[in-house]
Design a protein around this ligand. Structure first.
Ligand SMILES: Nc1ncnc2c1ncn2[C@@H]1O[C@H](COP(=O)(O)OP(=O)(O)OP(=O)(O)O)[C@@H](O)[C@H]1O
Ligand SMILES: O=C(O)[C@@H](O)C(=O)CO
Length: 424
């Protein structure tokens, strides 16, 4: 294994695994595996990039640091020579962490300074300019993310946001020094090291900028950011003659299908609305879940009876309704009940032969794949930006798509099932 990634959530892990498996246009990517948590055993496969999915975005900072260091140790034991800490392209965190504490702990463990921090993902509208994060044409703090239930992003200046979370000084490299090319940027990062800056926010407006950043980080032991930060890393390894020719082709997994959505993001709700125009959907009433009227069997039975019709079950609701329910029942209680509902539904479905499973939402995906107890997932073709086909290869192959709440086109769900089946 050449490259090790520590991702702070499951859908974010798929996102960067997708970037690494694709590589730069026309150049090919790395043979990539996504692991669900820190594996107990060494990697047995011919994997070039290993991505460890953690659920560490919204847990206490000291726990996030501990599990991230454990992931680092496992990746080091697999022989990785470079590490990426992947967080959200909208920098999801609070003044208490977890991006700063985890990044500083990894930097300290690796003995490095001048570490790039860049959440930019221009393909989905996330750019960084003068240390400020934009979502399309809005500042982060005016993009809707200021209302995020767990990590309200109320300050678009991510230098200032990160300084609240860190003990070391946070530096900045502004866009002109990125645009000037990899050697100018490298010199700017070396100057940051000389100033004793541990983390350095680096501007990026386009994939060209991200490629320059990746090239400048060819020999950097640690890089941090969104998935875009990994764009040029496969090419760095290929240029050094370290990679094998072509990863194996994905030929598709056919069989019964299911779509589970717990994400309440605008994109997911639009995708559900689109899907409902021509496919069976079941809207789960959260109060029925809490009082036991709706159970995992209710959902599994609905799906099993509609095999071949792309059935979807969802709890997703608009923000006002979510806020009202959270007020009444408590956020933790709702999340635990819904996580358990989707997790047990997935277990029942897979046990009864479901072969293609699409899940919307990071927390929901984490609950589902943890319950399924899957090993390493291999990365297949891209469905939409940031969302690849995932394959659990074994005696009973399973194809998965784990969609970040805000990702995907309106027809994402049917497209995902088609890609999992090997068509489209
Ligand atoms: N009807 C509902 N009422 C209240 N909470 C809900 C409802 N439906 C889902 N939830 C909760 O909303 C949260 C959705 O989080 P999840 O991470 O799955 O989606 P997301 O935040 O859109 O995705 P991502 O993290 O990938 O951006 C879960 O904790 C889930 O339990
Ligand atoms: O970077 C992103 O936006 C996603 O990969 C993600 O982390 C969503 O949870």
């Amino acid at each position: 294994m050449l490259l090790g990634v520590i991702a702070d959530d499951f859908t974010g892990a798929s996102d960067i695994a997708n970037t690494l498996a694709k590589g730069l246009p026309g150049q090919g990517g790395m043979r990539t595996a996504q692991y669900l948590g820190v594996p107990d055993e060494p990697s047995s496969e011919q994997i070039e990039a290993g991505v460890i999915s953690l659920k560490s975005r919204s847990i206490p900072a000291n726990e996030a640091v501990a599990v991230s260091l454990k992931a680092l140790a496992w990746l080091q034991a697999q022989g990785c020579r470079q590490f990426v800490f992947k967080y959200c392209s909208t920098f999801d965190s609070t003044p208490a962490g977890n991006i700063g504490p985890v990044a500083e702990a990894l930097a300290q463990a690796l003995g490095v300074k001048g570490v790039v921090a860049c959440p930019a993902f221009p393909t989905v509208g996330r750019t960084v300019y003068q240390g400020h994060l934009f979502v399309h044409d809005r500042l982060l703090s005016e993009s809707g993310l200021q209302h995020h239930p767990l990590n309200p992003m109320t300050d678009p200046d991510i230098r200032r946001w990160l300084r609240r979370q860190t003990t070391g000084e946070v530096g900045q490299v502004a866009w002109p020094q990125v645009h000037a090319g990899a050697s100018v940027l490298r010199a700017a990062l070396d100057a940051a090291v000389a100033r004793d800056e541990t983390l350095v926010i680096v501007d990026a407006l386009s994939d060209d900028d991200l490629e320059i950043i990746g090239r400048a980080c060819r020999d950097a032991p640690l890089i941090t950011g969104g998935s875009g930060i990994a764009l040029a890393l496969p090419a760095n390894f290929r240029d050094q003659g370290l990679m094998s020719p072509t990863p194996s082709a994905f030929s598709g997994i056919d069989g019964p299908e299911a779509i589970l959505a717990g994400s309440c993001s605008g994109a997911t709700r639009q995708q559900i609305e689109w899907h409902a125009t021509s496919h069976p959907v079941l809207n789960v009433d959260v109060e029925d879940v809490l009082d036991g009227t709706v159970t995992p069997d209710t959902l599994a039975t609905f799906i099993q009876a509609r095999e071949g019709q792309a059935p979807l079950v969802y709890s997703s609701a608009p923000p006002e309704q979510v806020a009202r329910l959270q007020e009444k029942h408590g956020r933790e209680r709702l999340a635990a009940a819904l996580d358990a509902l989707f997790a047990q539904t997935a277990r029942t479905l897979v046990a009864s032969g479901t072969k293609r499973l699409v899940v919307a939402g990071g927390e929901t995906s984490g609950a589902v794949v943890s319950a399924l107890g899957l090993g390493a997932l291999e990365i297949g073709p891209e469905i939409d930006p940031g969302v690849p086909v995932l394959v659990c290869d074994g005696k009973h192959p399973l194809g998965l798509a784990l969609k970040s709440g805000n990702f995907g086109a309106p027809d994402f769900f049917t497209k995902a099932l088609a890609k999992l089946g090997g068509s489209a």
